[in-house]
Design a protein around this ligand. Structure first.
Ligand code: NAD
Ligand code: DAU
Length: 350
């Protein structure tokens, strides 16, 4: 019996983790703690929100008193921490939001867990879900391994690197039992359309320009979000204490090649002429400090825990496009309101 606090459960990856745990572990109580920022959306969870082993708490991780109340109320035994400001472009526009949530918020959560579990720290786990961006940028060759030095380049990745360091420090200093995973780029249903794939799906649907940064030759390693959730399940239950696992898709794509594949698949699904959506591609001013290439060596999680991706990129992308085409109400809801203001601020004049 576990009472697991999952933070950021109303976000993109968090909602898939919540769904997996609620359905797979009826004996666990799953407490979803989320502040519901612009990125948090309870519509991501309508299929499981009536489950008897699921509870939602609207709390900001910056509020230490509220965190303590939640731990006490639900007798929290373990934490899977995903709540974060997660978009690199927003971190360039307002870095302090990232310092507060990703660093101060994580330390608040570490303090709350450490104090609440002080009678016997060996019975509890604090799992921090992190990113491959902490390792910085790769050149044409090489892969990030678990021993690659941290070298973050954006305010987002610097804040995630800092939070990883705090998790490590709490394990060393206070003997809190921890585990960290660093994952590559996720894609899939419920992805907020400020990130490359859902933004471009939305723009293709609406025949709007596809804003490719710089020369479009930046490379990312894409993983279907449900495969990330499965990896988190394995690391949570079987990962070595106070260790780190890299998670990746074995699936590198240059942005421009990915965008062309997306255009081709969407033209077919929308019944448009071959090549029609590619005409929307527009090269714009580059992202400052843009990391050239990310690629993960995921051999450790594969050999130690037996994890590997279950879908190919073509399958995952097709499922993702289908989901967005079938969920236009979700897409319309998240792109109304402040989304237009963000979009104008981010892309006009670039
Ligand atoms: P997301 O932006 O979709 O969701 C973040 C969630 O955290 C939202 O529900 C938001 O409401 C909540 N949140 C934000 N600030 C909060 C606060 N102060 N208090 C409580 N809740 C708050 O993010 P995501 O893409 O699902 O990423 C989840 C985690 O996984 C993040 O820690 C991110 O760094 C990490 N990660 C993401 C990716 C990716 O490709 N998206 C890859 C690797 C790691
Ligand atoms: O690698 C893991 C990280 O992946 C996560 O930690 C982050 O939370 C997540 O946002 C993601 O970061 P990226 O910056 O790689 O993702 P994004 O979707 O913003 O951009 C992917 C690539 O596409 C990147 O090279 C920038 C480019 N891009 C992005 C946008 C939004 C464009 O060319 N045009 C765009 O409009």
């Amino acid at each position: 019996m576990k009472n697991i606090l999952i933070t950021g459960g109303a976000g993109f990856i968090g909602s898939h983790v919540i769904r997996l745990f609620v359905n797979k572990y009826p004996n666990y109580k799953i407490v979803n703690l989320d502040a519901l920022t612009y990125a948090g959306n309870l519509e991501n969870l309508t299929d499981i929100d009536q489950a008897s082993n699921y509870v939602f708490e609207k709390v900001n991780i910056l509020d230490a008193d509220a965190l303590k109340t939640v731990f006490t109320k639900h007798n929290i035994t373990d934490v899977i921490h995903l709540a974060a400001e997660s978009h690199v472009d927003r971190s360039i526009l307002s870095p302090m939001d990232f310092v507060y949530t990703n660093i101060v918020g994580t330390v608040n959560l570490l303090n709350t867990a450490k104090d609440f579990w002080k009678e016997d720290l060996t019975k509890h786990l604090f799992y921090h879900v992190s990113t491959d961006e902490v390792y910085g940028a790769l050149g044409e060759t090489g892969l990030f391994t678990e021993t690659t030095s941290y070298s973050p380049n954006s305010p987002y990745s610097a804040s995630k690197a800092a939070s990883d360091h705090f998790v490590r420090a709490y394990a060393e200093t206070y003997h809190l039992q921890t585990v960290i995973s660093n994952c590559s780029n996720n894609y899939g249903p419920f992805h907020f359309p400020e990130k490359l794939i859902p933004l471009f799906i939305n723009n293709i649907i609406n025949k709007k320009p596809l804003p490719v940064y710089g020369d479009g030759l930046y490379t990312r390693d894409w993983l279907f979000v449900k495969d990330h959730a499965l990896a988190i399940d394995l690391v949570f239950h079987q990962g070595k204490l106070n260790d780190t696992y890299n998670i990746g898709g074995f699936n590198e794509w240059k942005n421009i090649d990915l965008v062309k594949l997306l255009c081709t698949q969407m033209d077919e699904k929308l019944g448009r002429q071959k090549g029609e959506s590619e005409q929307l591609i527009t090269y714009i001013k580059d992202r400052p400090g843009h990391d050239r290439r990310y690629a993960i060596d995921a051999i450790k999680i594969n050999t130690e825990l037996g994890w590997k991706p279950t879908v190919t990129f073509e399958q995952g992308l097709a499922q993702t496009i289908d989901w967005y085409l079938q969920n236009t109400e979700w897409l319309n809801n998240v792109t109304s309101g402040n989304y237009a203001k963000y979009y104008e601020n981010m892309y006009d004049g670039r």
